[in-house]
Design a protein around this ligand. Structure first.
Ligand code: 13P
Length: 248
């Protein structure tokens, strides 16, 4: 049995004080969650949000991590810096980083291996663009992202994959539950062929892209979908809590 995992991705939203207010509002609403609950927050919010999360069942995540241990990488954040504040998860390879910050499958792979070595749980994002879906390239694109981005991982069950079709992010257009389920089944099959079927069966794969309080139950009812990576709806406590409590 795979334990569902609902994670918020705040992106570039919420100052530290706004973030603290948000997690204080979320915490009492999700204290009886049956799933893993994570908030992935801007790096500068981490110290304050980490403090505010003490004594709650909400885990802390970052939105990126550099692959080097330290050195001349102006503006970057290392795994050790995250660990010092109790960060447990880190989003890697989000489509916005691929699109705006030159993230490639190669850098995704380096960051993922670094995160795993440090004991962080990477949430590795993959997904196709609208043009790729419409021209029938979805499976080929995902296969490349998986083969290049996840190579050399020793224990694939230590990561989480987020399937985020780029055309569904922030657009209000959700993949249908069937579309998401079918694509995630393909991802699981591909991971199974690359690693082992047994490991793929234990791997948690989230759906992300306009997931909200209204559509989460239908998405989460699909057998392949093990959780959600939530953007916009993670910025409002009642909405995020409703998703976390999808099974109630
Ligand atoms: P939205 O939920 O705002 O579509 O964002 C999804 C996402 O990119 C989560 O990482």
């Amino acid at each position: 049995m795979r334990k569902p995992i609902i994670a918020g991705n705040w992106k570039m939203n919420n100052t530290a004080s706004e973030g603290v207010a948000l997690v204080k509002a979320i915490a009492p609403l999700v204290e009886n969650a049956n799933c893993d609950v994570v908030v992935c927050v801007p790096a500068i919010d981490i110290p304050a949000v980490s403090e505010a999360l003490k004594g709650t069942n909400i885990k802390l995540g970052a939105e990126n991590v550099h692959f080097a241990a330290k050195g001349a990488y102006t503006g970057e954040i290392s795994a050790a810096m995250l660990l010092e504040y109790g960060v447990e998860y880190v989003i890697i390879g989000h489509s916005e980083r691929r699109q705006y910050f030159a993230e490639t499958d190669e850098t995704v792979n380096k960051r993922t291996l670094t995160a795993l070595n440090a004991g962080l749980t990477p949430i590795v994002c993959i997904g196709e663009s609208l043009e790729e879906r419409e021209t029938g390239k979805t499976e080929a694109v995902l296969a490349t992202q998986i083969k290049e981005g996840l190579k050399d991982i020793e224990d694939i069950t230590k990561i989480v994959i987020a399937y985020e079709p780029v055309w569904a992010i922030g657009t209000g257009k959700t993949a249908t539950a069937e579309q998401a389920n079918e694509t995630i089944a393909y991802i699981r099959k591909t991971v199974g062929e690359m690693f082992c079927p047994h490991c793929a069966a234990a791997l948690r794969i989230q759906y992300g892209g306009s997931m909200n309080a209204g559509n989460c139950k239908e998405l989460m009812a699909m057998p392949e979908i093990d959780g959600g990576l939530i953007g916009g709806a993670s910025l409002k406590a009642p909405d995020f809590a409703a998703i976390v409590n999808f099974d109630k």
